[in-house]
Design a protein around this ligand. Structure first.
Ligand code: NAD
Length: 511
């Protein structure tokens, strides 16, 4: 299959529409003179340009967010809650519009785009409960005539830097809570699919959000560094690949900021011999090939405790034959990869696995597609007997490539999973409750599924991995998300009464 993106490209990209920044409650044309192309991955052509902000634009965005902060912070909780609630209503009514935008820039099928919006909407709904989430504690008469109480207050301007694979859900992991808590937000979306962010900014304005409270700044490393280094940005939530997550964490904390930086993943599914292999096969297909494997919670390795591997592989292969690959607007099961470069990188791992002695059971490079031949296609791929020393095992591939590693025992499986560098998600498939309970205790991973292949916690729990999958100690959304976007204050109060007075330089003691 030939896939040259340039074949269908216009003679010059300067005719393409340019996505705008969103600053001070309005679209702003980029002035840096730098842009990047945004592709329709199912057609393999650039359809837009995204501006890449320079220092002046970064400064203007931060100044606008800083100016908007005091009034937004001081708006009553009830009024902030009303705006978030209204945003939820608008989002729920019109999410189909955003799903189409996501499919046209990311490539994932429409139903999957709607699915990510719904998971993001859950966090909006959680943020509607902000009055309860911001409640402090109160202890009366801790010492004679003295009361102590605590509150949580907004930080100021906070940044969100998001990856290409969830252009709606990942920003929504953070901004609903950040806004509801009284912060102003600058979102730096992925330059690969920037338009969903602008769509959400317009919807927030329609919901009544004051100008300057939510900003979208498009860009690349220069924008990220601008946010990381600016003293007026108090915290940053980052999601992306591990090397950049580590860089963001180290640079941000060095600059005195609060940082949560979620990184890459390599998620394993441990299959015990007593598991229901039909359930396992369905789950492996869904979790391995959904969104073309471009999910941080995708299953990329099946660790099969023998003797199940042969039967399981046969069941997976028969299901793979039924999958349709094509344009996400055409009711296919799986869409293209996000860019040509990424598709080629993912495909290169199939060669690496073969060179390292693995068996390529199904090779997605020959896939038949329902769509434009110039799209960034790679079909579902299944690899058996992948050595754990191969780069195809060690690296995050982030594509529709599912590998099988065979092990003799549960203990060997756990050892393999725990020896990996990542710790985002994992799943065990078994009918043995004792084994599942042992697994949840022994496994060194942040999110565990028991007969559930993609264990993304609901919004009122927190999302985040261990090891190289999360830098920082606070996860996304849930109570940890509320804590990340607020800081606590404890107030010790005494109202004067006739018993006060007297000088005492000793450390205050209760009495
Ligand atoms: P990426 O790291 O390339 O980009 C993420 C963000 O960082 C983007 O906004 C990008 O503009 C910016 N960026 C890129 N290079 C940079 C640099 N050198 N300096 C500063 N900023 C830079 O990631 P991606 O390819 O967009 O997304 C896929 C990755 O994200 C995968 O590794 C995936 O596992 C990970 N991810 C993790 C989670 C999670 O919850 N742990 C969720 C979604 C995606």
């Amino acid at each position: 299959m030939t896939n040259t993106a340039t074949e269908n490209a216009p003679a010059t990209t300067s005719d393409l529409p340019v996505v705008a920044h969103w600053i001070d409650g309005a679209e702003r044309v980029g002035t840096s003179g730098r842009t990047a192309p945004v592709f329709d991955p199912a057609r393999g052509v650039p359809t837009k340009l995204v501006p890449l902000a320079n220092g002046t634009e970064i400064e203007a965005a931060i100044a606008s967010a800083k100016a908007a902060f005091p009034a937004w912070r001081d708006l009553s909780i009830a009024k902030r809650q009303t705006i978030i609630f209204k945003f939820r209503e608008l989002l729920n009514a019109r999410k189909g519009e955003m799903a189409e935008i996501i499919t046209s820039e990311h490539g994932k099928v429409l139903s999957d785009a709607l699915g990510e919006i719904s998971r993001g909407q859950e966090v909006v709904e959680f943020a509607c409960g902000i009055p309860h989430l911001l409640k402090g504690d109160y202890s009366e008469n801790v010492s004679t005539g003295v009361d102590v109480y605590s509150t949580r207050q907004a930080l100021g301007v906070v940044g969100i830097i998001s990856p290409f694979n969830f252009p709606a859900m990942v920003p929504m992991w953070f901004f609903p809570l950040a806004l509801a808590a009284g912060n102003t937000v600058i979102l730096k979306p992925s330059e690969k699919d920037p338009s969903a962010a602008i769509w959400m900014a317009k919807l927030l304005k329609e919901a009544g959000l004051p100008d300057g409270v939510f900003t979208v700044l498009h860009g690349d490393k220069e924008s990220v560094d601008g946010l990381l280094e600016h003293p007026d940005v108090k915290a940053i939530s980052f999601v992306g690949s591990t090397p950049i997550a580590q860089y963001v964490y180290e640079t941000g904390t060095r600059n005195g900021k609060r940082i949560q930086a979620l990184g890459g993943a390599k998620n394993h599914m441990l299959v015990l011999p007593d598991a229901d292999l039909d359930l396992v096969a369905d789950s492996a297909i869904n979790a391995g090939f959904g969104s073309a494997g471009e999910r941080c919670m995708a299953i990329s390795v099946i660790v099969a405790v023998e003797p199940v591997a042969d039967d399981l592989i046969a069941k997976i292969v028969s299901r793979m034959k039924t999958l349709t690959v094509g344009d996400g607007r055409r009711s296919c099961d799986m869409g293209p990869l996000v860019t040509e470069v990424h598709r080629d990188k993912v495909a290169s791992y199939i060669d690496i696995a073969a060179e390292d002695g693995a068996t390529i059971v199904v090779d997605g490079r020959g896939v038949e597609i329902d769509g434009d031949p110039n799209g960034f296609w790679l079909g579902p791929t299944l690899i058996d007997a992948l050595p754990t020393t191969s780069r195809a095992y060690i690296d995050e591939i982030f594509g529709p490539v599912l590998s099988v590693v065979r092990v003799p025992s549960y203990e060997d499986g756990v050892e393999i999973i725990n020896s990996g560098a990542f710790g985002n998600g994992t799943a065990i498939f078994t009918n043995d409750g004792g084994a599942a309970r042992r697994f949840q205790n022994e496994i060194e991973v942040g999110m565990i599924g028991i007969n559930v292949p993609i264990p993304v916690p609901v919004s009122y729990f927190s999302f985040g991995g261990w090891k190289n999958s999360l830098f920082g100690d606070t996860k996304a959304h849930g109570v940890e998300g509320v804590h990340f976007f607020t800081r606590g204050k404890a107030i010790t109060s005494r109202w004067l009464d006739p018993s006060h007075g007297g000088i005492n330089l000793g450390f205050p003691q209760n009495g």
